[in-house]
Design a protein around this ligand. Structure first.
Ligand code: EPZ
Length: 417
């Protein structure tokens, strides 16, 4: 397994280009199943989860040609009666996004239940209840979902708690259902909005995306789409924190500042200087770092996917911070690794109390999940001496060549095969 070695203590300087959003690319790849026509996706991020999803689609007979420049032509003309098997789904729970489109298109889907995850139970009960409301019969056997439908019909669906992929799955199923579907308490993420735009360009009638009430007027058939994936707001947030924590001066290109307002607000509260333009953000790290109260929430609140990164920054604040994780029940696995680098963090349930320390010391640490890995990289960039991060396959799921982008910003970082 690859490892990453960092010699920290230097302020990052320069420009970094942000790639396409992993969490927008996955539902859009799933949406190609809704039509026989060839679709085209641009600005695809070159990350493991996208490759895994393309592999999964291939199992269903979908033809994918990945041209250079992060473009993919995807054609789901003739679907095989395959299944989304456990070996794939357990490595990427977003595989469940094929459920809605497959049922809408072919009336049949066999998908492994995702099983457990490091950051929480992450059930898919809301996906399944929503599909049942649309007329799908669902049974669970030996860890698999067996779902069939003889045509879908519109329904009123209420999602509690808010679920991003649950909203996306049900929007896609509803787009080929007879009649109108209303999704109440829908997720409002920008990735949900892009999926709605794509479904509308395919001929569906989706309104309300970006609010918590989405309406879908289903169609008998949908046409192709061509779409450029929106920038990855979580990758962007990660590089903003990298500039802040190293006291550097970093400009991010190809971002959508409006998608990051909760993050830039908290960074300014930490004393970081953040300036923004049409498609760029500039971060200048300042000392002292101010402590804060931080509470994650569904979009447009502070994203849970940036909680670990902000914890790394708060570890070096001048004072005590309180971080409350409201979305997942076990998303503090990075705290134990940060403690090994000298952090002072105590966890009570879903609240982490972070007492700022003056410095972090390099250590050998273990990545446990995608965003925890990013947090450890950030801590390594700020720590003196050397940090080695094991199990960086977690990082590769959602970040494109992170060590290359960071070394271009002046970091002393290398990947050990
Ligand atoms: C999406 O996951 C993202 N993944 C996650 O990003 C992100 O952390 C999460 O949304 C929250 O923003 C993708 O978009 C591919 P949820 P998702 O369903 O949709 C509970 C990353 O780092 N829930 O919004 O799986 C669930 O347990 C990943 O890129 C149910 O109870 O998350 C959680 O507590 C990590 N029943 C809460 O809802 C359900 O049927 C939010 O989960 C579904 C969800």
């Amino acid at each position: 397994m690859d490892r990453i070695r960092i010699r920290g203590g230097k302020g990052l300087q320069g420009e970094v280009t942000i790639g396409g959003a992993k969490n927008a690319a996955l539902p859009l790849l799933a949406a190609t199943l809704l039509t026989r026509e060839p679709c085209r996706l641009e600005n695809l991020p070159d990350v493991q989860d996208v490759q895994t999803f393309c592999h999964l689609l291939g199992r269903f007979g979908v033809r994918i040609e990945q041209a250079e420049g992060r473009v993919a032509a995807v054609e789901a003309a003739d679907l095989t009666g395959q299944q989304a098997s456990y070996d794939l789904v357990r490595t990427m729970r977003a595989s469940v996004l094929v459920l809605g489109p497959l049922l809408a298109r072919s009336g049949r889907a066999v998908v492994s239940l995702p099983g457990g995850c490091a950051i929480g139970a992450r059930p898919i009960n809301l996906h399944l209840e929503g599909l049942r409301a649309l007329g799908v019969s669902v049974s669970l056997r030996q860890g698999y979902v067996y779902a069939t439908a003889n045509g879908l019909r519109g329904a009123d669906i209420f999602l509690d708690p808010m679920t991003v992929t649950g909203t996306e799955n049900l929007m896609m199923a509803a787009s080929l259902a007879r009649g109108k579907t209303r999704i109440h308490n829908a997720a409002r993420e920008p990735e949900v909005v892009q999926l709605a735009d794509v479904l509308n360009s395919m001929g569906a009638r989706v309104s309300g995306a970006g609010t918590d009430a989405i309406e879908v007027e289903g169609k008998k058939e949908l046409g192709p789409f061509q779409e450029r994936i929106i920038p990855d707001r979580i990758e962007a947030a990660t590089y903003l924190v990298a500039g802040a924590i190293t006291g550097g001066d970093v400009t991010l290109r190809g971002v959508c500042p409006a998608h990051l307002s909760a993050v830039t607000e908290r960074l300014r509260a930490a004393g970081t200087k953040v300036s923004e333009g049409e498609d760029f953000l500039r971060v200048q790290g300042k000392r002292p770092i101010c402590p804060m109260e931080l509470r994650t929430a569904p979009y447009p609140g502070f994203p849970t996917d940036v909680q670990a990164q902000m914890m790394a920054l708060m570890v070096l604040a001048e004072g005590t911070s309180v971080i409350t994780e409201t979305v997942f029940e076990n998303r503090f696995l990075h705290a134990a690794e940060l403690r090994r680098m000298g952090a002072d963090i105590s966890i009570q349930g879903n609240v982490a109390v972070v007492r700022g320390v003056s410095k972090l010391c390099g250590a050998e640490v273990m990545a446990t999940d995608l965003r925890a890995s990013a947090c450890l990289v950030l801590a390594g960039l700020a720590a003196r001496e050397e940090t080695t991060i094991n199990r960086v396959y977690h990082l590769d799921r959602g970040y494109e060549r992170m060590e290359k982008k960071l070394s271009a910003l002046g970091a002393e970082i290398e990947r050990l095969r």
